[in-house]
Design a protein around this ligand. Sequence first.
Ligand SMILES: O=C(O)CCC(=O)C(=O)O
Ligand SMILES: [Fe+2]
Length: 280
Amino acid sequence: MSTHNISFRVLKEHTGDDPLKREISVCASPDELMKLDRDGFLIRESVIQGDWLTSLRSALDRLTDAEWSKHRQTNSDDELPTRSWGIILRHLLDKDSAFHELLTWPPALSVARAMMGPLVRLRGLSARVSFAGVEPQDTYWHQHLRVVANPLPPWFSRPHAIDCLIYLDDVNELTGTLSVIPGSHHWLDREPPRLRYQELPGEHTFSLPAGSMVIIHSNLWHRALETRSGKRRMLILAYTPCWLRESPHGGPAPENGLTRDLIASGDPEVLELLGVDGYT
Ligand SMILES: O=C(O)CCC(=O)C(=O)O
Ligand SMILES: [Fe+2]
């Protein structure tokens, strides 16, 4: 992976404060960042391997086991879904310290800072696990920042965030490929057709080895195809500029979650990334 440095200065000297300077060592080339801006995605094959991959898988399996019955809670068989996304798990940093290393993992964070400025925060760390042998599990076409107004007002703030889709299993025809429409994150006058699961014009479909990451702009139109065999585990590590909010999905973070320990460490970078500090 090629790297380069970007030197940011945040313009706040007029307040009398020390200038805020940040050197970012970016885990991408300038050309790759240009493509990410243009196409809305950047693929990193096999960036997580070996023991780390094994430990992330085990942590996600533990969490899936712990939350499965609640996720499937029904009063009668009639209520079982006939089609679903699988299980979505939220607030991963609060639930297992095996995920903590991802918070400052340079291949993801440095690209987020290069694209959105040095002051970013975590929007969320969640997971999607889909299985074969139950109801069909796939996703319809969607985008993540559903806040665009039509017509666009003159001072509309175009939403930006980065989602790092991290695949812990092979992604292929059997487990479910990923499809995106390159450039669709730039479209501010339309949204994906409602509950559409079929192909769309301009769609690109990817197979990837386990341990790969696809960095997307959160408003890139995308979908995951059906898991027809085995189990497909993926993490979503999301960052936004620090003045935006955490993801609203999954409700408030669990009380006494493990991010309390991260905050107690007092590390200024961690406080900034968790939205406790860094924005004045
Ligand atoms: O499973 C995937 O490949 C993508 C899942 C997804 O788009 C989501 O959970 O928002
Ligand atoms: Fe998604």
